[in-house]
Unconditional design. Structure first.
Length: 119
């Protein structure tokens, strides 16, 4: 089991990684963050709304599936939101430079870090 600090730093080892955070979607509170190029406090609060909206929509549709991740593609960045399987109210928020990052590797790294994260 890795510490929050170690897990966030591990995410930043991927080519193109800019920032990473762990967020409580119940409160929108940033539990930990690393990296630069984005206001992680503001991103935590805003992406909490994204997670809440997707969970509400899934419930409304009667979907029994859990969310593996939510991908937001911008012209210059990828944003990955990955709820923790062990604590779905907590999610990893991962920002990558689109020109430098390999999206498949970044998603695999987020999944790996999630499984090692001590919570």
């Amino acid at each position: 089991m890795a510490t929050l600090h170690d897990s966030l730093n591990d995410l930043l080892t991927v080519d193109g990684a800019m920032a990473a955070a762990v967020v409580d979607s119940g409160s929108g509170m940033l539990l930990g963050g690393a990296g630069s190029g984005i206001d992680l406090e503001l991103a935590a609060a805003g992406n909490t709304e994204v997670v809440r909206a997707k969970l509400k929509t899934a419930r409304s549709l009667g979907l029994a599936d859990s969310i593996d991740d939510i991908l937001i593609t911008l012209s210059s960045q990828f944003h990955i939101i990955r709820p923790l399987a062990s604590h779905p109210e907590v999610f990893i928020y991962y920002v990558l430079d689109r020109a430098k990052a390999n999206l498949a590797l970044a998603r695999m790294k987020a999944k790996s870090v999630e499984s090692d994260l001590a919570f």
